[in-house]
Design a protein around this ligand. Sequence first.
Ligand code: PGA
Length: 241
Amino acid sequence: MEVYVFNNYDEISNFAAKMLVNFINEKPDCVLGLATGETPVGMYKKLIEYNREKIVDFSKVKSFNLDEYRGLSGSHPQSYRYFMNENFFDHINIDKRNTFIPDGTCEDVEKECSDYEDKINEAGGIDFQILGIGSNGHIGFNEPSSELYVYTHLASLTEETRKANSRFFKNVEEVPDKAITVGIGQIMKARRIVLLASGSNKADIIGKLLNGKISTENPSSMLEVHPSVAVIVDKEAAAIL
Ligand code: PGA
């Protein structure tokens, strides 16, 4: 695992954006795995600037997001489809038809999950996966548990995650308790993975991510056996390294 420690959030955002720009410039029709949450927003902002300056072109890029809340449609302001449009897709020259996010309001969840898995595989798999990390070690909505799912599935969110995400909702009761998420298998098949973390509330989990042990109780620890992972953190998130 490569570990890059920077002074602040702005620096990690810029560094990750440049990595991605270089990657897209080498493979303009690449398949990206994208993440929501607060952490990647700064990177998306930089990428929007680079796209405006014509330093990067998204016209041939495909993207697959990690997850979507069960029950929220794409027009719901807290849905991840809405988040991605607002924070990224609406501001770059990507073809929206090439941006995929599970449908949180689908009737048949099992079918939605297996179709999503098929779509990623038909696209050739993820070339470059961006990840955030929950303070409990979740990646996507793969929550700590005695077992982890390999494939895209309907996940139950832990109370810790619902509390952490309630900052975007009116209250914790409004946070859905389920989400469709890609599984650990699809994440681990990505050819390149970049995990971003910022702030002191991520210091403990970043310490555990890099402690040389694997546990399903810390889903992020699976990344330790992946051949090409970059962990990009600010000083606060690196406090325990
Ligand atoms: P955050 O979320 O970027 O908002 O901290 C990360 C995550 O829960 O995966």
